[in-house]
Design a binder for this molecule. Structure first.
Ligand SMILES: N[C@@H](Cc1c[nH]cn1)C(=O)NCC(=O)O
Length: 476
């Protein structure tokens, strides 16, 4: 065990909250683009001649570079080595570059060109060039947006550790949810109004440039603060991140518990949203025109509740218990979704709202808790390792649910909007999500036990820890 002296918590509250506003706004602009194409699936098929597999390929592009080329992990290491300013500007640059490529692909007339890939004369696969370029653009964007996620978290920790940290991180998550809500509600009307599926992307690009400006203003404030803090008496420079720190992180049991809890929990929520509209139509008999509005309630609930639960964690503690309650709610929600006899509309609304509460509880406690388990200098890499494993779940669980639906859940046909469609029985997928929830409970319990053993302080108020740890913190 080693002790280092932390930088003094300088900065006025006004400056701290200004910094949070600037960084969170940049996050918001990135998260709008992450979801902006999701409501346009039908429009892409109608206007650009895409089919479902083109759309599936394009959507999956988000995780390609992050997962397979380990870009997320490299992003975390760059963040720890070079700092939040460098990593943030790089992230926004990648998001702008990726979105420009995607916008060009969607709006250019490529004359129906097809790109084919073959090895030794054997054709592997061919894909519409437009889809390929749009997917590559989304893949580059995916690296940037995941990196801004970890960078924003680390920047918030840098400015808020010990002072309303969970509230600040909760507001940052809420900013991301506002971005998702804007995309879910604004994208389709704008594309329809202009008759151009590229129009929402053009607006997003403009928004992202404002996000870049916002981050640049943050950089000026952050650099000034760094200079002032360095000159404070009694302030020692923090140890630099080393590659060997990855091994140190990997040896922390609680880190793995929180990582596994993260992948299980998020795999039970975000992939559910990809099927939620169909579930509303087929199980709860909601009209197709209104069905998307029920799952869209989810981010709205989060916008208020995540900061609220964060603030409770700051003042009262119980971080591990909050994660436990959030996981338990998942089991309740999906078990009720699985019961075939429950088909009332209001029930679907209530269950989505409770799911929203779960999606507020767990992130509000999870991201601040990581700061109690790993030292600040390793935080970028730790967040990136957690996000990397989480991205596997986010990429493959929707696929798993699709395969399960296709092979085990077909229950005849149903007429939707005058079109005969396959009818699915969603009981099994809902039980799978409930299973993820049950496993999340196990890992939340393990985390709580480990906390009791090692004394990370997950059950203690963050603000109380501040008085003990503003100057000194224990480093494993
Ligand atoms: N790694 C991200 C994944 C994501 C993408 N869009 C929404 N979430 C993440 O976990 N961000 C934190 C969060 O709670 O959304």
């Amino acid at each position: 065990m080693k002790e280092i002296i932390r930088k003094k918590m300088a900065a006025s509250p006004v400056l701290r909250w200004t910094v949070l506003g600037l960084v969170s706004f940049t996050m918001l602009t990135g998260y709008v683009i992450a979801d902006v194409m999701a409501p346009l699936k039908t429009l892409l098929e109608q206007q650009l001649g895409w089919d479902s597999s083109d759309y599936g390929l394009f959507t999956s592009g988000y995780g390609w570079l992050n997962i397979f080329l380990l870009m997320l992990i490299f992003g975390g290491m760059i963040l720890d080595k070079k700092g939040v300013r460098y990593a943030g500007v790089l992230s926004v640059g990648l998001m702008i570059g990726g979105t420009l490529l995607k916008y060009w692909a969607i709006t250019a007339d490529l004359g129906g060109a097809v790109s084919s890939f073959s090895i030794g004369g054997h054709s592997l696969f061919s894909v519409k060039s437009q889809v390929l370029y749009a997917t590559l653009g989304f893949a580059v964007f995916g690296v940037g947006v995941e990196m801004i996620g970890i960078t924003a978290n680390k920047a918030v920790v840098k400015w808020f550790r010990g002072r309303s940290l969970a509230l600040a991180l909760g507001i940052n998550v809420a900013a991301g949810r506002i971005g998702t809500a804007i995309a879910m509600f604004g994208s389709l009307p704008l594309a329809r109004m202009t008759g151009n599926p590229g129009a929402p992307l053009a607006v997003c690009l403009l928004l992202l440039c404002i996000g870049l400006l916002s981050f640049l203003v943050f950089c000026v404030l952050d650099r000034r603060e760094d200079r002032e803090t360095e000159t404070l008496p009694g302030t020692e420079k923090e140890e630099e991140f080393k590659l060997s720190d990855i091994v140190k992180i990997a040896k922390i049991k609680a880190f793995w518990y929180i990582t596994i809890l993260c992948v299980l929990f998020y795999s039970a929520v975000f992939p559910f949203l990809k099927y939620a509209t169909e579930l509303m139509i087929q199980k709860f008999h909601v009209s197709p025109g209104f069905a998307g509005a029920i799952p869209a309630l989810l981010p709205f609930g989060n916008i208020l509740l995540t900061p609220l639960f964060g603030s409770i964690y700051d003042r009262r503690g119980h971080g591990a218990t909050i994660m436990l309650i959030g996981s338990a709610l998942l089991v309740c929600v999906y078990t009720l979704f699985a019961i075939p006899a429950l088909t009332a509309n209001w029930m679907a609304v209530v269950l989505v709202l409770v799911l929203g509460a779960a999606l507020s509880l767990v992130p509000s406690a999870m991201w601040p808790s990581v700061t109690k388990i790993v030292p600040y200098r390793m935080l970028g890499t730790s967040y990136s390792m957690i996000f990397w494993i989480q991205n596997w779940g986010l990429a493959f669980v929707p696929l798993l649910i699709g395969v399960v639906l296709k092979n085990h859940c077909i229950a005849g046909t149903v007429v939707i909007d005058g079109v005969v469609s396959t009818r699915y029985d969603y009981t099994l997928p809902m039980l799978i999500f409930a299973g993820f929830g049950a496993l999340s409970i196990v890992f939340a319990l393990l985390l709580r036990r480990e906390d009791a053993r090692k004394g990370y302080g997950l059950e203690k108020p963050n603000d109380e820890l501040q008085t003990n740890s503003t100057t000194k913190t224990q480093i494993p």
